[in-house]
Design a protein. Sequence first.
Length: 213
Amino acid sequence: MTQQEVRMTPTEAPQKIAEEDRLRADLYDFLGLLLSAPPAERLLKQTAGLSGDDQTDLGTAVAALSRIAKHSKPQAVEREFNALFIGLGRGELLPYASYYLTGFLNEKPLAALRRDMAARGMTRAQNVYEPEDNIASLMEMMAGLIAGRFGKPASLSDQKTFFNKHIGPWAGHFFTDLEAAKNSVLYASVGAVGRVFMEIEAEGFRMSAERSA
């Protein structure tokens, strides 16, 4: 799996967003970086410097990731990443929405995502040929919607629509599989952070729908 960049030419000046939304976008971006390619030494050090807590499930997961990152070497993490996502022919996991939802690559979930990307002004970077429905790209897309990288910051309703259609139905299962994968060491903790974050996002969107009902 290679890094997947989705981008558009800015059409207006960046807008400020609420601190809570900025933190959400940052976490989506962080997961996208870790899942797009093996972390270089700088990102590994930044991960080791994260601070969590034992008061929340997310804080506990972040603290565990930080502890493991402190004892991880870039070369070992690269071998882990390759075993998980590349391997000989294929890695232990196939991190694509189409695969998780249909059992095959390049199926209807990818076509639906491409339609929604076009409607929101998202375009795949040149010279990148990996299907857009990989988990790293979707984390990046969600961050961009929240932060307003594709125009105005997406409304909570639009974020919910995108999440429920393209991320919610499968990302939690993927992160659970990543936690339990036989080749996961650092990435077991990445899986835990992702799983808990997906649960928080799904619950947040559900509660917002109840409030607006």
